[in-house]
Design a protein around this ligand. Structure first.
Ligand code: NOJ
Ligand code: CA
Length: 706
């Protein structure tokens, strides 16, 4: 479907004759609102700019590379040729926030060559969409640049024109589990956040941010910077030049090599992306990141079914039970060890209790953490290779019986592989581990990478680990296994190419509320996450905590939202596997709000972001695939507010049975989090509704077709 049309779209001021004259190139989005221009300066340095509604939002930003052993790619280039094309397709997500995705862009490909020896080539490809831009470098096959290339740094700039209000986490090479900071771009100070007490591993070498990083301008321009199709390359952080308001790529490195990326010619880099809109909701509706990825290489993944799930999980984070078979363990220190306490969570009887509960409440799976040997030797051990075993259950976990019982009740067991970041052990065992899953008909694994990466000197977000995570998912697919990675590499839309990459953590999840010593996730956390981390892909946040204060387990910790907000998260935070994270007994004590979790969909035909402001609030409506039922969720930060809803997305002449779950009159995330009001209401396509959200509150609405 690529139509070449060398005439328009790109304005080529001058092409070849005299080398002193300027060459100007431009590409515009299909609706003409987003535009990029490319050029080289008089030293032959390539640069680009970005315009949005005729305003320059990215000014002269240089592009280049430094290599080990060979000269840099940064100047002395001439434009050899350019090609413009347009592309328009609609593809379908096998599961997702929506069924049909429009992928419509105009492309500009620039072929550069060094003016003098060694006269090497570099191509830069820009794709301009209505919702933003993506560009990448292509290192084409050539005689004077062959074999292995060692990149010591990539110099991609994003030179901003305003001191934006910026929502950021530090450019940590090992973890994304930081709270978001809201500051002016010029006030970013990531180094201040080094060595946070609650992180299992952390390394912040520069004043840099991780992506997606989202910015809001004085005229309402919204920008979010990220990357797409991160394959065989290092994750990119963005170093902040606070004086010049410039972001510059800073790739994650390794202590073991004097380069950051090793590739064999020819190759392409990941896409560098900017999502652009004049309002916050459009950022969430943007499909730029998945569109920049290659189409599905796995074809049929119907063996993976989106589902809600429960699990042997929160009880360990609360300290009610343990992962290991024979010792006590405290998540907040990770160092306790020794005695047997008889509280092993993953025992046959307990898992069956969760299976029964899931079967009764329309939940397709039960996650079982702590089922396998190795946990007692993990904590505090430097040498974690060879410790975990992914096929041997503890003596009190009868895996045959649990799987059999689950099948009888229509509930899948979700496998858990905590690798403890001992990557060589995991890589060696993957075949047997995934084969075991296949034997039992288990199609979903949650993997984990807590701790410093082994081999020593590697970081979670460097090229070594990018390849580890991607290879694990590709291998898992061969065994019909879908992967939900914790302590993962960031999502970059690869779920389009490998739709068995279903979800991941990659943020400060619910678990921090159980044990963080800094007060847990504040009410503004998720209203920021929805416009930052969530732009990259599905999140295994694990919502649905009903026992908000859990004083009987931990006096000093709590969830910092109302119970109504916990319900809203099933709609607001997207994932094809959505946990009902609380304990069976806490749900059984609250059957009325549980009804929403029982009813809510998990796989969507359409998503509409009804309103929102980054860091303040957001309301999302989603239509379930198959049933045509709609679900609406809204959340707010620490401020109470009223949101006005219209329902024009509903079907014409269709009647719905509608229930609203909203904050009670006196609800408040801290003083009164359990105050919830549940009512049947009348709603039609032309209805209007004002909903009051409490401080740290939210609401959820189910609209089931009559
Ligand atoms: C950290 C994960 O995020 C959490 O969900 C899991 O329970 C623990 N690691 C243990 O694997
Ligand atoms: Ca984690």
């Amino acid at each position: 479907m690529k139509i070449k049309f060398a005439i328009l779209l790109i304005t080529i001021g001058f092409f070849s004759c005299s080398k002193t004259e300027k060459t100007i190139l431009e590409a515009k989005s299909p609706n003409s609102e987003v535009a990029i221009s490319f050029n080289i300066n008089n030293e032959g340095r390539p640069f680009y700019t970005v315009q949005f509604n005729n305003k320059t939002v990215v000014d002269t930003s240089y592009l280049g590379f430094e290599f080990k052993d060979v000269p840099s790619f940064n100047k002395n280039f001439i434009i050899k040729s350019t090609t413009a094309s347009t592309f328009n397709e609609t593809w379908q997500m096998p599961w997702g926030e929506q069924l049909d995705v429009v992928n419509h862009y105009n492309e500009l490909k620039v072929e550069l060559q060094e003016k003098t020896s060694p006269e090497r080539f570099l191509n830069i490809v820009f794709k301009v969409y209505d919702d933003g831009i993506g560009f990448r470098y292509e290192f084409p096959k050539q005689a004077r640049l062959k074999g292995d290339i060692f990149i010591t740094e990539e110099h991609t700039e994003f030179n901003l024109t305003e001191d934006y209000k910026t929502f950021w986490i530090p450019g940590d090479w090992d973890i994304y589990e930081h709270l978001y900071n809201t500051t002016k771009l010029s006030e970013i100070d990531a180094l201040k956040l080094a060595n946070h007490a609650n992180l299992a591993q952390t390394y912040i070498p520069e004043n840099a941010v991780n992506t997606p990083v989202t910015m809001v301008g004085s005229d309402g321009t919204h920008l979010s910077f990220h990357e797409a199709a991160l394959v065989d390359y290092s994750g990119m952080t963005l170093k902040v030049d606070t004086e010049n308001l410039n972001l510059v790529s800073n790739l994650v490195g390794s202590e073991n090599t004097d380069y950051k990326v090793k590739r064999t010619m020819p190759f392409n880099t990941p896409w560098r992306t900017i999502q652009i809109s004049d309002n916050a909701p459009d950022l969430i509706e943007s499909k730029l990141i998945v569109n920049l990825n290659e189409s599905n290489k796995l074809d049929d993944v119907s063996w993976f079914k989106p589902m809600k799930y429960t699990g042997i999980w929160w009880e360990m984070h609360l300290g009610k039970s343990s992962w290991d078979y024979g010792m006590t363990q405290d998540m907040s220190t990770w160092t306790d060890g020794g005695k047997s306490n008889g509280t092993h969570g993953a025992n046959t009887e307990n898992v069956k209790r969760f299976i029964d509960f899931s079967a009764k409440n329309n939940m397709g799976g039960v996650l079982v953490e702590g089922w396998n040997t190795g946990w007692e030797h993990w904590i505090g051990f430097e040498d974690r290779e060879g410790v975990f075993d992914f096929v041997t259950p503890y003596p009190d976990y009868d895996i045959d019986e649990v799987v059999r019982y689950g099948k009888e009740k229509g509930v899948d067991i979700i496998m858990h592989h905590e690798t403890s970041a001992a990557t060589e052990t995991y890589t060696k065992q993957q075949d047997t581990a995934y084969a075991l899953m296949q034997k039992y008909g288990m199609h979903t694994v949650k993997s984990g990478y807590v701790g410093k990466i082994l081999p020593k000197g590697e970081y979670h977000h460097g090229q070594y680990m990018v390849n580890h995570y991607n290879n694990a998912a590709i291998k898992a697919a061969k065994y019909e296994v879908a992967v939900n990675a914790h302590e993962p590499i960031k999502a970059t839309g690869l779920r389009r190419t490998y739709p068995n990459i279903i979800s991941r953590e990659g943020l400060r999840g619910q678990e921090f509320n159980a044990w963080a010593t800094d007060g847990g996730n504040p009410p503004e956390h998720l209203p920021i996450v929805a416009f930052t981390r969530m732009l990259s892909g599905p999140i295994d946040f694990t919502p649905g905590i009903f026992n908000i204060k859990f004083d009987e387990y931990k006096k000093d910790n709590q969830v910092n939202t109302t119970i109504a907000q916990q319900l809203a998260l099933y709609v607001v935070i997207y994932s094809p596997v959505q946990m009902a994270a609380d304990l069976v007994e806490h749900y059984e004590a609250n059957p009325e709000p549980l009804q929403f979790i029982k009813d809510v969909g998990v796989d969507w035909e359409t998503t509409k972001v009804l309103n929102g402001e980054v860091g303040d609030y957001v309301t999302i409506a989603r239509k379930e695939r198959g049933t045509g039922n709609w679900f609406v969720g809204g959340i707010t930060d620490e401020k109470a507010r009223t949101v006005d809803l219209t329902f024009d997305f509903l079907g014409e002449n269709q009647e719905y049975e509608v229930v609203i779950y909203k904050d009670g009159e006196n609800a408040h995330w801290d003083n009164n989090p359990l105050d919830i009001s549940i009512e049947k209401i009348e709603v039609k396509k032309d209805s209007k509704l004002s909903v009051k959200l409490a401080e740290g509150g939210g609401f959820a609405i189910s609209l089931k077709k009559k």
